[in-house]
Design a protein around this ligand. Structure first.
Ligand SMILES: [Zn+2]
Length: 333
């Protein structure tokens, strides 16, 4: 009996030791959001340890970095970020990482960036010359011509919500496979194979979303969103984002009563069918506007983060499916 206890203890000790060595050897990667983290963990597989900075179900626009988070990033081998001006919550941290061994990778590099609609004048005429509310392409992320840092607004403000189009997440998967291959060259084949398999799933997802959304008639495809997060989705799947409740990129923008009256007028004159708000944001203003305008409001969309594991948007693929079904249900009825 005593001998068996000893054996058990020895095995446990060995197991713990082996486990620790494995975790320490593995490249440690921090992804700024749970969506980036999901894609990165799929590409990295068993050879990379990825953790998200902004937790599931959280609003990245309202995220405040604490000293523990900053230490976690500084201790990591690599920081994966969306880029395009999204991660304002990192503050000075990126500057402080210069000279430290943490590599910083913007996974959206190479993606065609759209401008936020409200750079065309939220309060004025929202239409372009042809009468459509098309988002404007302002450049490729990573090219010298496009600067998405806050304040560099000659070209319009970059909309960073690129993941709302799965075609852009294909570029993420490729960028992440390349970044991981530089980090752990011995596993390049695995990263490439896993990225390619996931890219096939993303291509299938793109077709699936088109099928789900095909149920919505052409004249029902005008929407208002709470903050501006559906630009890439709208461009990919033929919707028009007519206006936003919050007059900017962020869920934290200030509202004035005049702009809300204008918004209700716009909703009615444009025959908008529904307002779409995010679970992570405050839906109260969207609900009030929808009620005043006599239209539907959907407050269950996921925008910045995945849901908890047991929720309806636990992976990026389910996140997009859930959003598409919610939008189709609201607009095709
Ligand atoms: Zn957002």
């Amino acid at each position: 009996m005593k001998q068996r206890m000893w054996m058990l203890c020895l095995l446990l000790l060995l197991g713990v030791a082996v486990g620790n060595v494995g975790a320490q050897d593995m490249p440690q990667v921090v992804a700024t959001t749970s969506i980036v983290s999901d894609v990165a963990q799929i590409v990295g597989g068993e050879f990379v340890d990825v953790t998200p900075l902004v937790p599931r179900d959280a609003d990245a626009h309202a995220f405040i970095l604490n000293p523990t988070d900053a230490t976690h990033v500084a201790d990591a081998d690599m920081l994966l970020m969306v880029g395009a001006g999204y991660e304002t919550f990192l503050g000075d941290l990126l500057d402080n990482l210069v000279g430290i061994d943490t590599q910083v990778v913007a996974v959206s590099e190479g993606i065609d960036i759209l401008a936020y609609m409200d750079t065309h004048g939220h309060e004025g005429d929202l239409s372009t010359e042809d009468g459509h509310h098309a988002a404007e392409f302002i450049g490729v992320l990573g090219s010298p011509e496009l600067d998405c840092t806050v304040g560099a607004q000659d070209h319009g403000v970059c909309d960073p919500h690129v993941w709302m189009n799965p075609r852009n997440v294909i570029i993420w998967a490729n960028n992440i496979a390349n970044a991981f291959s530089a980090l752990a060259p011995e596993h390049t084949d695995s990263f490439r194979t896993k990225a390619d398999a996931y890219i096939s799933e993303l291509e299938a997802l793109d077709s699936e979303l088109s099928d789900i959304l095909a149920a919505i008639p052409q004249d029902q495809r005008k929407v208002v969103t709470n903050h501006e997060f559906l630009g890439y989705f709208a461009a990919a799947y033929d919707f028009e984002v007519i206006a936003t409740v919050f007059p900017s990129a962020s869920t934290l923008a200030e509202l004035d009563p005049r702009s809300l009256i204008d918004l209700i007028d716009t909703v009615q004159s444009e025959h908008v069918k529904a307002i779409f708000a995010e679970v992570s944001g405050n839906p109260q203003v969207a609900e009030a506007v929808a009620q005043e305008a006599g239209i539907q409001v959907v407050t269950s969309l996921y925008s910045e983060s995945l849901s908890e594991i047991d929720g309806p948007a636990a992976t990026y693929l389910d996140f997009m499916r859930f959003n598409a079904h919610s939008i189709a249900d609201a607009l095709s009825g």
